[in-house]
Design a protein around this ligand. Sequence first.
Ligand SMILES: NC(=O)c1ccc[n+]([C@@H]2O[C@H](COP(=O)([O-])OP(=O)(O)OC[C@H]3O[C@@H](n4cnc5c(N)ncnc54)[C@H](O)[C@@H]3O)[C@@H](O)[C@H]2O)c1
Length: 254
Amino acid sequence: MELSFKNKTVLITGGASGIGFETAKMFTQSGADVAITDINAELLNNSTETLKLSGYNVLAIQCDISVEQEVENAVKQTVEKFGKLNIAYNNVGIQAPVANITEACGADFDHVIAVNLKGMWNSLKYELRQMKVQGKGGAVINCSSQCGLLAQPGLGAYSASKHGVIGLTKVAALEVAKDNIRVNAICPGTTDTQMVRTAIKDYPAHMQKVIDGIPLGRIANVQEIASAVLYLASDYAGFVTGEVMALDGGCILV
Ligand SMILES: NC(=O)c1ccc[n+]([C@@H]2O[C@H](COP(=O)([O-])OP(=O)(O)OC[C@H]3O[C@@H](n4cnc5c(N)ncnc54)[C@H](O)[C@@H]3O)[C@@H](O)[C@H]2O)c1
């Protein structure tokens, strides 16, 4: 067995930056054709251009994950370009401003749920349909968070959405197991991306507390998260489905 994705097509949502982009990079380096979707057209074009200049087969698709029709089109465009879909990494996730439920804004709650949870449902619906039609199995990895496993005051909408991602993952895993499609979730802890750098700038005291509470004593780098996605997508994880993998430096232990 080798960790090669030659002749595999991978779709990554929200892949223009952070963990998603690193995952796209690692899949292309391992031989895959990679379709990358993102809502941010400029970021998407810049990121995919870097990969194309390195000679990799990459397709950029602008797509708002919360809009069902756009997600259906993104899967269609991927298959038109590369002929099939074997692996999907559903990476998109956004944060709401930190606020306790009593102070939080309803519109922020709705937006986070629309992107993080309905967006995940949209993605699963069309990716799994395509994989089922192909009849050759597949692997899907959904991005939850340590906030999908734990409670952190001030993160009600985000935490609810990420707990929901775990629920969807388990249901989907059972629904497509007979089609030999595996569906797993990762739960990253605090990871060095733009989202976290912004949070450190906007909420320094809150973020310092978060970092101080990590048993391994540091935040993760994006390669450490992307590696787990590649493992779950590979034949090494051939008997793993419905799994919820914490990548959090030990946070759920304390
Ligand atoms: N960075 C962390 O510390 C951390 C911790 C736990 C979980 N996560 C999760 O990891 C995933 C990636 O996070 P990241 O830190 O790399 O974030 P990021 O902000 O760097 O990347 C997210 C990408 O999603 C895109 N996006 C946002 N809304 C979208 C929409 N409606 N449709 C399509 N694309 C959209 C953004 O343009 C961006 O490119 C998220 O699901 C996040 O919740 C991150």
